[in-house]
Design a protein around this ligand. Structure first.
Ligand code: ADP
Ligand code: MG
Length: 312
């Protein structure tokens, strides 16, 4: 009954026991980028750290990010195309998981990524750049830094959009008495802003992909039953670790789907509270079934005791 009910609601239940576990969930942990937000980034501003021009910064970043599938990379490449920037060749491209990307451009070692990428070469954001960033950039922007040969060239500010349905999805769970938390590899600033917008009181920021499962475990060690909702390849270990792993299927990302127990087919996170409701409903239907079953047996026994039912 439960899996059929789920399928009718656009949910693919891969692990039936997870649906049973879903009714005891204490906290739902949402991934941010691509889950609570659309992951449709747009470049809002480019800031130079010194000598480099905006075009030069965009050109370097887009060249390396042309080899990445990340939401942010796609936005940077799209912006470079819009500006008609020819992209130079990249050698030795590599991903730095949860931090960004690297490659060699014009003989220079280029790094593109969030604040965490700076630690790769021990670089720091100079005070004046920080001031410029906070002056020109309003809340909620993701900042990507561009370095060449260990030196900071500049920063690109990108804005993502919070999904329309996120607010309702979070509120619905809270109304059902389930705690909601958020986890992201993005900066503290962006995490704080998104959580505040959505009324989420607990968040974990700057969490590297391999640490996401650890956060799930930490919550479980507090005695909480955790459901994790994610989209990216990044989230697979956390989805597998959670008591209930829920994947958004929109991105056709099979790795994540395989790690999950339940896949939301139509990619609306509003469905998360449905999972909880279906799980609860199934329990009550199952209980009804048991009571009806016991009831019938009792009636049959009474009949039998009084000889209404004759053995053959
Ligand atoms: P989330 O945990 O919210 O899904 P990710 O783990 O995918 O986010 O990424 C974390 C951060 O790493 C991003 O906010 C960004 O700063 C940086 N990053 C990752 N990949 C890239 C890339 N290809 N280009 C630029 N920055 C990147
Ligand atoms: Mg993500």
């Amino acid at each position: 009954i439960s899996t059929t009910l789920a399928a009718r609601n656009g949910l693919l239940v891969r692990e039936r026991r997870a649906l049973e576990a879903a009714r005891n969930i204490d906290v739902v942990l949402f991934d941010k980028t691509g889950t609570l937000t659309k992951g449709e980034y747009g470049v809002a501003a480019v800031l130079s750290a010194g000598g480099a021009s905006d075009e030069g910064i965009m050109r370097l970043a887009a060249a390396v990010d042309a080899h990445s599938e990340h939401f942010i990379a796609k936005a940077i490449v799209a912006e470079a195309r819009k500006r008609n920037l020819p992209l130079p060749e990249v050698k030795d491209f590599a991903r730095v998981p949860g931090k960004g990307v690297r490659g060699v451009v014009d003989g220079k070692s280029v790094l593109v990524g969030g604040e965490a990428i700076l630690t790769e070469v021990g670089a720091q954001v100079p005070g004046e750049m920080r001031a410029k960033l906070s002056e020109t950039i309003t809340e909620g922007k993701t900042i990507v830094y561009v370095l060449a040969d260990r030196e900071l060239q500049g920063a690109i500010a990108l804005a993502d959009v919070i999904r329309d349905e996120s607010r309702a999805a979070v509120a619905a769970l809270q109304k059902l008495g389930v705690q909601v938390a958020m986890i992201t590899g993005d900066s503290e600033d962006v995490a704080r802003w998104v959580s505040r917008e959505l009324g989420i009181s607990q968040y974990f920021a700057r969490v590297l992909p391999e640490e996401k499962a650890g956060k799930v475990k930490a919550l479980q060690e507090k005695g909480l039953k955790v459901a994790m909702v994610g989209d990216g390849v990044n989230d697979a270990p956390a989805l597998a670790r959670a008591d209930v792993g829920i994947a958004l299927a929109s991105h056709g990302d099979t790795a994540t789907s395989y790690a999950s127990d339940i896949v939301i087919i139509h990619s609306s996170i509003k469905r998360v509270s449905d999972i909880y409701k279906i799980a609860r409903k199934t329990l009550s239907i199952a209980k009804q079934g048991i009571f009806i079953g016991i009831g019938l047996s009792v009636v049959a026994m009474i009949f039998a005791a009084f000889g209404f039912i004759q053995p053959l």
